[in-house]
Ligand binder design. Structure first.
Ligand SMILES: NC(=O)c1ccc[n+]([C@@H]2O[C@H](COP(=O)([O-])OP(=O)(O)OC[C@H]3O[C@@H](n4cnc5c(N)ncnc54)[C@H](OP(=O)(O)O)[C@@H]3O)[C@@H](O)[C@H]2O)c1
Length: 323
């Protein structure tokens, strides 16, 4: 049995070029753990932020001078290669998908994850590409739309509808029965309409806030439009989701909420088994088709990160680890 594997590693913070393929030790499944043979992963903006140590404070958790964990990659889809002692829920050969969490590690041929972590069985009808692409944007969008308690018939506006989070949010809000207005660039209009948006606005030509207060929920997924504009578009009692905002936007949102009575939803979206099961159901029903910009091999990880850093990817970048 080989004790090494190929992985994309980074040993310093910086540009995409800090990532390189290397031969590293293959992890071993400890008690309660699964060793997963990774077929696909996704390169996300979260990976890019860690790679750049952005914000700087991330260094206090992930390594002050250099990254403590050398392998990025949160979401994975693959097959259980080995099970540790005490594991009941999974067997060798099971197709699975899930997320690694803070320790990351999916930019590699194998990853160890707790069997009680965020991992579920993958039916054959769901491809490895789809399973890898569904999780980052899907779980984030689901987290915030559930927090907003979106109800059938409500009017929801998704700003940044062509991104990973936005493209999932359009489909999940529709699934929840909302009337969805999606805002994206002209280049992505048809793509976003195909996801099921009832109305698509081009942000370069149309100012959604100029139409007055008409939305129950405004979900800003890319931190590109002023908080005040979002509040203008909300009905009395409406909810503003700050999906990507920083401290400034949170403070502006809290202030605007004080005098308007409109609510602000913010915070960190964490993955969970329940969220993955929800997304799996949507995938199987054909209600969720993750938007995939590109599928690249692990050897093209630097190109994958350049695409993320461009801020212009449509949906998700899938990385194929097993050829
Ligand atoms: N709170 C949390 O827990 C949490 C969790 C996950 C992600 N996030 C945050 O969510 C944000 C979005 O992540 P993501 O992966 O969805 O981003 P992404 O896919 O990288 O976003 C790229 C998209 O943004 C669109 N875009 C660029 N400029 C725009 C503008 N001025 N107006 C509207 N759209 C614009 C681009 O479309 P065009 O090229 O067509 O303009 C592109 O499709 C990130 O900031 C991430 O940190 C937060």
């Amino acid at each position: 049995m080989t004790m090494t594997m190929q992985a994309a590693i980074y040993e310093q913070y910086g540009k995409p070029e800090v990532l390189r393929l290397s031969t590293v030790s293959k992890p071993q499944a400890g008690r309660g753990e699964l060793l997963v043979r990774v077929h696909t992963t996704a390169a996300t903006i979260a990976d890019s932020r860690l790679r750049r140590a952005d914000p700087f404070a991330a260094r206090f958790v992930f390594g002050l001078f250099r990254p403590k964990n050398r392998i990025l990659g949160d979401a994975f889809s693959g097959v259980v290669e080995a099970v540790g002692e005490g594991v009941q829920q999974f067997r060798v050969g099971d197709a699975v998908f899930g997320i690694c969490g803070m320790k990351m590690g999916a930019y590699a041929e194998y990853v160890c994850v707790p069997a009680t972590g965020v991992i579920i069985h993958k039916p054959a009808e769901i491809s490895d590409e789809t399973a890898a692409a569904a999780q980052f944007g899907g779980a984030t969008a689901l987290h915030f739309l559930q927090k907003a308690n979106v109800q059938p018939g409500q009017k929801v506006l998704i700003y940044g509808a062509s991104g990973s989070v936005g493209s999932a949010a359009v489909q999940i809000a529709r699934y929840m029965g909302a009337h969805v207005t999606a805002v994206c660039s002209a280049a992505n209009t048809e793509r976003v309409r195909a996801l099921g948006a009832d109305r698509v606005l081009d942000y370069a030509r149309e100012q959604f806030w100029a139409e007055g207060p008409q939305y129950d929920v405004v979900f800003e997924t890319v931190n590109k439009v002023a908080v005040g504009h979002c509040f203008k578009a909300l009905k009395p009692g409406g909810k503003f989701i700050i999906g990507a905002g920083l401290l400034k936007e949170m403070l502006q949102g809290a202030w605007a909420s004080l005098w308007s009575g409109k609510k602000v939803i913010a915070g960190v979206a964490l993955g969970s088994v329940e969220k993955l099961e929800f997304l799996k159901k949507m995938l199987l029903e054909g209600a969720f088709t993750p938007l995939i910009d590109r599928v690249l091999p692990l050897s093209d990880i630097v190109a994958a990160h350049h695409l993320i850093d461009s801020g212009r990817k449509s949906g998700n970048v899938v990385v194929r680890v097993k050829q």
